[in-house]
Design a binder for this molecule. Structure first.
Ligand code: NDP
Ligand code: 8X3
Length: 250
């Protein structure tokens, strides 16, 4: 029986690479994001390999999130695997000059959005007494770096929520884990720096993780035997030793 995975943030970066990886393995997909054209093009690319349904909603909007997930056609309603990936950093400023809209965005998307999506999906998993949830945290959820304040706070929250989910869902046999990457070359820095050229230098002078590297690990986690749960993974590119130590060639 084919499994179905719902992936948030499937229009770009880690989420899109995960959709490609899962499709290769014949997993049916519910792909979520706000950019409909991107959703359409990922769906078109992957429909040759598996069944794909797209949902367009903003995870910040509680009503939209619940309505979108409730609108799934019957054949996509049973979500076996939830990948809570949608998220971003907004800004990189010291706490004293941080922007309130950036703070709202990070808390609303990275933390509350993850909770809304989970709240919509978990009842089906508890009813069936099976399921697997992977939350995409970050090395920023384990280590705070200068000016990372609220983004790091949002990712520390993701890690705490992951642990809480694992404890509460344990009686139902539902697996819960977090994958926490360091620097990954995606649209992340374009979003963080709002199109500023600072984003151009973030991945220069070393080989950052690629979204496919993270997708590989996510697939590894979801393809273990029934008795094995990958609870927590911290992954860096070889050049990165910590949030602030990155060996660059120039
Ligand atoms: P991208 O910017 O490439 O992708 C972010 C995804 O999140 C997009 O698909 C975007 O879709 C979706 N998204 C953003 N805001 C919303 C929203 N309000 N509602 C619905 N979807 C939203 O970044 P990454 O792939 O790098 O990021 C994915 C996850 O990985 C994030 O949680 C990030 O924090 C985490 N991460 C990233 C690292 C990195 O260095 N890149 C390292 C560690 C963790 P759309 O705009 O279409 O809505
Ligand atoms: C993304 C990695 O180091 O930019 O979570 O916070 S970092």
């Amino acid at each position: 029986m084919k499994k179905t995975a719902l992936i948030t943030g499937a229009t770009s970066g880690i989420g899109r690479a995960t959709a490609h990886e899962f499709a290769k393995h014949g997993i049916n997909l519910v792909l979520c994001g706000r950019r409909q054209q991107r959703l359409d093009s990922v769906q078109k690319a992957l429909s040759r390999e598996t069944d794909v349904y797209t949902l367009n909603f903003d995870v910040r909007d509680r009503k939209q999130t619940f309505e979108a997930i409730a609108s799934l056609p019957k054949e996509f309603q049973k979500i076996d695997i939830l990948i809570n990936n949608a998220g971003n950093a907004h800004g990189l400023d010291p706490i004293q000059t941080g922007n309130l809209d950036d703070w709202d965005a990070m808390m609303d998307i990275n933390v509350k959005g993850l909770l809304y999506v989970s709240k919509a999906i978990i009842p089906g998993m508890t009813d069936r007494k099976s399921g697997h949830i992977i939350n995409i945290g970050s090395s920023a959820g384990k280590e705070v770096y200068p000016n990372g304040n609220v983004y790091c706070g949002s990712k520390h929250a993701v890690l705490a929520i992951t642990e809480g989910m694992r404890i509460d869902l344990n009686p139902f046999g539902i697996k819960v884990g977090a994958i926490n990457p360091g620097l990954v070359e995606t649209e992340f820095s374009e979003v963080r720096f709002k199109g500023d050229s600072k984003a151009d230098n973030v991945y220069k002078g070393y080989k950052a993780l690629q979204p496919e590297d993270v997708a590989d690990v996510i697939y590894f986690a979801i393809s273990r035997p029934a008795h094995v749960n990958i609870a927590d993974v911290l992954m860096f590119c070889t050049a990165q030793a910590s949030s602030t130590i990155v060996k660059k060639s120039n």
